[in-house]
Design a protein around this ligand. Sequence first.
Ligand code: OSB
Ligand code: MG
Length: 369
Amino acid sequence: MRIDSITLTHLRMPLVSAFETSFGRITHRECLLITLRSEGLAGYGECVADRDPGYSYETTGTAWHILKEFIAPRLLGQEVRDAFDFQKRVSDIRGHHLARAGVEMAIWDLIGKRTGKSLRQLLGGTRSRVEVGVSVGLQASPEQLVQRVAEYVAQGYRRVKIKIKPGRDVADATAVRRAFPNLLLQVDANSAYTLQSSLALKPLDDLGLLLIEQPLHEDDLWDHRKLQAMFKTALCLDESIVSPRHARYAIEMEACRIINIKPGRLGGLSQAVAVHDLCRSHGMPVWCGGMLETGVGRAANLALASLPGFVLPGDISASDRYYLRDITFERFKLNPDSTIDVPEGPGLGVTVDPDALAAFTLAEMILRE
Ligand code: OSB
Ligand code: MG
């Protein structure tokens, strides 16, 4: 398919409530929407880089730069066959996975729209609904955290993840565990600890957690291996797994027992599926992480999470957990069994609401050959 134009749209959307992690607190979420126009069709992709380099070194600013100066010129006016052809064309660009993943998503959407197939069908997903949980940010006190968790449990979420950081870990997790003895519960540190300081997390080992996510530095598989050996609870890696190669290292090193798969961090859905396949062949459970996506990225995550190796609930909550108004007409709802339906329409199976898009747009640029 010939790529006629690429539109970059920088969005800033108010969150329903502030989201705080070990790397910062946000009340609004930024991202880039990427629109590929090809032979009368439009494909959409979400680049999940945020304003600040807290989770990743990439930001909306670096992604804009890389997309405009390096990725777009490798596509505009050219025939791009599929996601694999796209990855070959950008293989000389180092890093910048969030930027390239946004474009790859738009390519999948175009392919789906051309062939009438849903992304789930294209990726080989086997389920029509996927189990989900909710990721709860740091709150002012353990009491307020328990209150927040209670609200989500009342809404039907059967799995809850809480964010932790040094000084806000054991007391928070213990309070939630006391209030909800049978809840599927996990914690996420977003790299806030060193091997030394993470020893303070040892009491978490007796709380029956599903997993402890990314306690140590993103580039540090070695210390994660040492820490995993000291814990009964499974460690799960998020930031550290930026390619199928890193997934293999983690498996061989026993640096974790579970992997969080995010298409953005891995540089695209094709790489996410590759990590899924590798983990599945090693019996390593995976689940789909989240980046506070709009309806566009959420649709892609749901399709991905319908693959058979996704055996743990994903960080893919209902639209109303994030946004009062989203950029898609479709809104994702939580079913009573803590699942969300996978979209069935062609491609991502969502339609972009132009008025909502305009309301959240900070900047837009149309790139042509
Ligand atoms: O580490 O999983 C993370 C959000 C932004 C950046 C990193 C993370 C998160 C979340 C939210 O935990 C998951 C969601 O989209 O609900
Ligand atoms: Mg995480």
